[in-house]
Ligand binder design. Structure first.
Ligand code: NAD
Length: 378
């Protein structure tokens, strides 16, 4: 089996496997090759790959020869024209949103594994790209906000006067949110947090932040740890509870997502109007609709002196560690689908293989994706 590491397109600086990880895979008798320059933006040069006996080849050669293609983002139609029939593609493809793409890939008989669909179980933790990348995004969001904010984060008492600590509001205390809380606290900010899952209250408090209580959240106990959509009554109550916190916040980081659904709008236009000039908002949910009115995906917007950054791919701004953790997730996943003879071995009775396989044998084989794709073309 030949595994090919593609260079990411559209400016993403990460790479699916760093040289030492490619070497670890090659040590298991898997043939590995890398597209020329694939790791350059993550500080992994072609020389570094060649030094561990991983050949660097052109994109065309790699696409034509690989049995398994590693690409964090979806391949283009031009790429697909070149690949082997029945090739396996592994990446992060957001199949719950990219319906047309999944339909096309099934028609082309690709076998695709989307690592963002791996079940959030203890056994799957070492392959959980959502967690490894969200952790980085949460950290980077606070650092980005701190550099855009025209004031200090920590409290200071100096001979030239006193500085009050920055007030940070974090909406959504999943993996990204919890890391954002920890990072903001380390920088000395006062932090408030809201989440629809009451279970996170204790974690939030243990990080030294205040949890904003809103009663009556929909029961998410059967949603595999994820949030579910809330009733109109709850949304109204949450908006009322958040209004005062939004008005006094210097920094807001939003991370609230509901898998397969548009992100909930948590900061309305009226709430934005109450914010102080100089305040900064980072909306990590921008790619699925955003939590903030006026946030635009991959854009920074100024509104009445408030800077609103819409970016759901902040992990890519820290390409070395993001690649290192992503690569480790990929290596662990590859181990699961590789047999003792270093060939592909797909066991669809395995919940991780089944849960992450989107297309196979000319069909969309993932039940939830199939339903969504079916309904969008009905
Ligand atoms: P996510 O990215 O889906 O959402 C981020 C956060 O936003 C969540 O905490 C969610 O509850 C919250 N949210 C959604 N709607 C909201 C709203 N209207 N208002 C406020 N907050 C809202 O979450 P995630 O980081 O992927 O984590 C989801 C769950 O998965 C968590 O329970 C996490 O602990 C769990 N998890 C489990 C594992 C594992 O067991 N292997 C690994 C990672 C995460």
């Amino acid at each position: 089996m030949i595994v090919g590491i593609l260079k990411e397109q559209h400016g993403d600086k990460r790479v699916s496997l760093l040289p030492e990880q490619a070497q670890a895979l090659a040590a298991k008798k898997v043939q590995v090759m890398v597209e020329s320059n694939a790791g350059a933006a993550a500080f992994a040069s072609d020389d570094a790959y060649r030094a561990v006996h991983i050949p660097t080849v052109s994109r065309k050669e790699l696409l034509q020869q690989s049995d398994v293609l590693l690409s964090i983002h979806p391949l283009s139609t031009t790429d697909l024209e070149l690949i082997k029939p029945h090739a396996v593609v592994i990446g992060v493809f957001q199949p719950l949103f990219n319906h047309a793409l999944m339909k096309e890939w099934a028609q082309r008989s690709l076998t695709t594994f989307s690592l963002d669909m791996i079940p959030r179980t203890t056994r799957a933790q070492s392959m959980d790209v959502l967690s490894s990348q969200a952790n980085i995004a949460g950290y980077r969001s606070v650092l980005l906000a701190a550099t855009l904010f025209p004031r200090y984060f920590p409290m200071f008492m100096t001979a030239a006067g006193s500085i009050a600590p920055a007030k940070v509001l974090i909406l959504g205390a999943g993996v990204a949110g919890l890391q954002a809380i920890a990072t903001a606290r380390r920088l000395g900010a006062v932090v408030e947090v809201s989440d629809t899952r009451p279970a996170v209250k204790e974690e939030v408090m243990s990080l030294g932040a205040k949890f904003i209580e809103v009663d009556g959240a929909a029961d998410a106990s059967k949603a595999g740890g994820y949030a579910v959509e809330q009733t109109e009554e709850y949304k109204q109550k949450q908006q009322e509870r958040l209004a005062a916190s939004v008005a006094k916040s210097d920094i807001i980081i939003t991370t609230a997502q509901i898998p397969g659904k548009k992100a909930p709008l948590l900061i309305s236009e009226a709430m934005l109007d109450t914010m102080k000039p100089g305040s900064v908002i980072i909306d990590l949910a921008a790619s699925t609709g955003g939590n903030v009115f006026a946030a635009r995906n991959n854009e920074t917007v100024q509104r009445n002196g408030v800077t609103i950054v819409g970016n759901s791919n902040l992990a890519a701004d820290m390409p070395f560690d993001a690649s290192k953790l992503y690569g480790k997730n990929v290596l662990n996943f590859l181990q699961l689908i590789t047999g003792a003879d270093a060939g592909l071995q797909l066991n669809f009775d395995d919940d991780i293989v089944k849960g992450s396989c989107i297309t196979h044998g000319g069909n969309i084989v993932h039940e939830r994706v199939e339903q969504l794709v079916g309904s969008s073309y009905a």
